[in-house]
Design a protein. Sequence first.
Length: 278
Amino acid sequence: MLSYRHSFHAGNHADVLKHVVLVDLLQYLLKKDKPLDYIDTHAGAGLYSLSGHQSAKTQEYLGGIGRLEPNDWPELSDYLSIVNSCQIGAGLSHYPGSPEIAQRILRRSDRRWLFELHPHDAALLSDHYQGLRHTRVEQTDGLKGLLSLLPPASKRALVLIDPSYEIKEDYVAVIKAVIKAWTKFRTGVYAIWYPVVDRTRIDDMEARLKRAGVKSVQRFELAVLSDSAGRGMTGSGMIVINPPWTLFSRMEQLLPKLSEALGETGQASFRCDVIAKE
């Protein structure tokens, strides 16, 4: 949706969950000495100022990255180190979006495919990564762009899909695209972010994946408030297809602590479950 700007929400609790999972996935996949394709279907602007008008207006980062003191989180040292490397001066000045986090982990031999439909953010993204080796930025529909890339020449890919879902039809569109992508390239790792606003839409996403026969699917969810209609986003989740064998146990350890740190007293919750086995 072209009215959506992620700069209003950068660094919030949903970004923390998404990027903790992203860092883990990338680090595991890069253990192999073979090129990897990183495909980001809704890449945003790449890097966000937390002192800019949009972020300062909502200050959502104060309930997310702003609550994570590095000394208290040795288990998140890699993620927090990346965030820290983006700062200018003391304190939190910037928050890295998914492409920036990936860029600081990926190797020169890996390829980056960054899609962003919003013209202003696409221009910022293009300027930010101009001249970077093996990096392509396109202002287009990332779901269509994804399907055009599969299967990748490297035969290895991590796909991050995280639209705003402000258009309700996005829930169905995302899962349809994921099923098509999985059908074309079944060994890829797919990470699908979603907001918890209407639980029935999430249940439908899960049901569609099961009906399509998609295998090896796990879900990790972090809610800072209890589910409630009309309350807006109370939490978010990551559905991961073909996750590393280490991811589930790691998230089982992290999510209880994250829910306590980022959630409201008595209302926070988390989920780690298997939607489909291998």
